[in-house]
Ligand binder design. Structure first.
Ligand SMILES: Cc1cc2nc3c(=O)[nH]c(=O)nc-3n(C[C@H](O)[C@H](O)[C@H](O)COP(=O)(O)O)c2cc1C
Length: 215
């Protein structure tokens, strides 16, 4: 009996040790992103591809790697205003990037290069229509910001600008991941209602895509 309990306890401890844990993400600035060295842009362009859905493993992506991926995706690259992606009329980004992790969802703040926790729920298994979506270590969720896009005073232009920004951002994610040898996959098949619910998005905000990242 005692032996069975000991085995059970060891089993539980092993499961806890092997379960993927996100590196602590919230509450402090991210480490400085890599902004020099590494793989050349041309090599990354040659390497860019989508990781096969079934291949996403649960290996940890470090805070340093996530920091570099988020900065490449939509970070500030000049003092004041200027980002790694072009923005219509040069206004601040009108699309937001969230990170869905095992221990919750975090909003990327490009001004401070930091993450703010917006939910403690693990929503990775609910946000995509394909079952492998939950396997990625992190899912980046791209949301167009309705209130910010309203400044363009034209529904069609606003919609296009949001989609163009997310296209540029996700390509940057692909290239940064290629350079860091991290798998990435763009996902259009998302459960918008679930994302809106979990992130308590205001009316007018629209989740448009995911980028799965994993090693
Ligand atoms: C607009 C768009 C939508 C996509 N949607 C999905 C998707 O919902 N699910 C998925 O598994 N892959 C999706 N992908 C990934 C494509 O299947 C993948 O990019 C394509 O097979 C080409 O492979 P490559 O990226 O390695 O060149 C999407 C890609 C794009 C550009």
């Amino acid at each position: 009996m005692k032996c069975k309990m000991t085995h059970g306890l060891i089993g539980l401890m092993l499961v806890a040790m092997l379960a993927p844990v996100s590196p602590a993400l919230a509450g402090e600035s991210l480490p400085s992103p890599q902004q020099s060295g590494g793989m050349s842009l041309f090599e990354a362009l040659k390497k860019r591809s989508s990781a096969a859905g079934g291949d996403f493993s649960l290996a940890e992506i470090t805070r340093e790697e996530l920091s570099t991926i988020l900065w490449a995706t939509s970070g500030l690259n000049r003092e004041g205003t200027g980002w790694t992606v072009p923005m219509g009329r040069g206004v601040p980004p009108y699309c937001r990037v969230y990170v869905a992790a095992n221990d919750g969802v975090f909003l990327y703040d490009w001004k401070n290069h930091s993450l703010e926790q917006v939910s403690k729920e693990n929503i990775k298994g609910k946000i995509g229509k394909q079952s492998f979506v939950k396997k990625a270590f992190f899912s980046l969720i791209f949301v167009s910001d309705g209130a910010s896009l309203a400044q363009f005073n034209d529904e069609e232009v606003s919609k296009a600008f949001g989609q163009i920004a997310i296209g540029a951002m996700t390509q940057n994610t692909y290239l940064a991941c290629a350079a860091l040898k991290i798998g990435a996959r763009y996902i259009h098949g998302i459960n918008k209602d679930e994302i809106i619910r979990a992130l308590r998005l205001p009316q007018g905000d629209e989740p448009l895509a995911l980028m799965l990242i994993g090693k």
